[in-house]
Design a protein around this ligand. Structure first.
Ligand code: HEC
Ligand code: HEC
Length: 215
């Protein structure tokens, strides 16, 4: 009996290890996940002739990703992350700490590893993870702000980490932590569309003058 238990434990650890190492390669939708909401492609906006109007429409489409719970939960105004589609306070209670990586003694990384980890048979189906897991700095806070305010802030090098528009595009289109939004782990709905599609929208928005809606 005891020998059997050990085998079972060893077996599940192996399964866990395999999941851990395969995360990040492909981004398969988990079998029971709700299909992602659709995101229009940059080409869908070609019919809007006026570049300024096209730019605004493109940013509104980008807003579907930016304002999705997967992004918003980590870009709060209060210095504490939120969870789930209803953005409830993080459980257990958590604060950003000075660096955004959590309070001394309980950094984000004590629970959030380098990749999502599936939990087996728990209410919470997975613990999200990424090597850079941390709370976004206060100047990059989005919760409770209008899309126009978020836009102005994202564009401003004083508030966006000193990024040019090209660097901003790179971050949105290539950053691994941003990419987590489309690979959020079992039990969470991904951000709409794909990161590649989002990157194309950002590029088209920049190419049309990076216009912001009124705040
Ligand atoms: C685990 C927390 C976390 C998640 C989830 C997250 N971010 Fe962030 N985000 C951060 C941190 C931390 C920074 C600051 C790091 C930096 O500047 O490189 C940041 C910075 C940014 C910036 C830089 C400019 C600015 O003004 O905000 C953009 C753009 C951004 N994130 C977009 C996104 C998008 C889009 C998503 C969802 C698809 C997302 N983030 C999800 C933590 C997160
Ligand atoms: C004591 C463990 C623990 C610590 C420390 C911790 N978290 Fe979490 N966090 C979790 C668990 C577990 C979940 C999954 C909860 C769920 O899905 O209901 C989670 C979920 C989240 C989510 C929600 C993702 C989503 O879109 O639903 C965010 C954002 C988050 N954590 C950010 C952070 C940040 C930032 C830190 C550090 C400042 C941190 N967490 C520290 C355990 C922790």
């Amino acid at each position: 009996m005891r020998a059997l238990a050990v085998v079972l434990v060893a077996g599940s650890l192996m399964v866990g290890g395999a999941v851990l190492s395969s995360v990040g390669a492909a981004t398969p939708a988990t079998p029971d996940a709700t299909p992602p909401e659709t995101l229009k492609s940059a080409a869908d906006f070609a019919s809007i002739k006026d570049p300024g109007a096209r730019s605004l429409a493109l940013f509104a489409e980008m807003g579907k990703v930016i304002e999705s719970p997967r992004c918003m939960n980590c870009h709060p105004v209060q210095r504490a992350p939120t969870q789930g589609d209803d953005r409830h306070p993080h459980n257990p209670p958590m604060v950003a700490g000075q660096s955004g990586h959590g309070p001394v003694g309980l950094p984000c990384s004590s629970c959030h590893g380098p990749a999502n980890v599936q939990t087996w048979g728990q209410d919470i189906k997975s613990i999200p993870g990424d090597p850079k897991w941390a709370l976004a700095p206060v100047e990059m806070a989005w919760q409770g702000k209008s899309l126009g305010e978020i836009c102005a802030q994202i564009k401003s090098p004083a508030k966006n980490g000193g990024r040019s528009l090209a660097e901003l595009h790179h971050h949105m289109a290539e950053d691994h932590l941003v990419g987590w939004g489309w690979n959020p782990g079992e039990g969470r709905k991904p951000a709409p569309g794909t990161q590649a599609q989002f990157g194309e929208l950002v590029q088209a928005w920049i190419d049309t003058g990076a216009k912001c809606p009124k705040a």
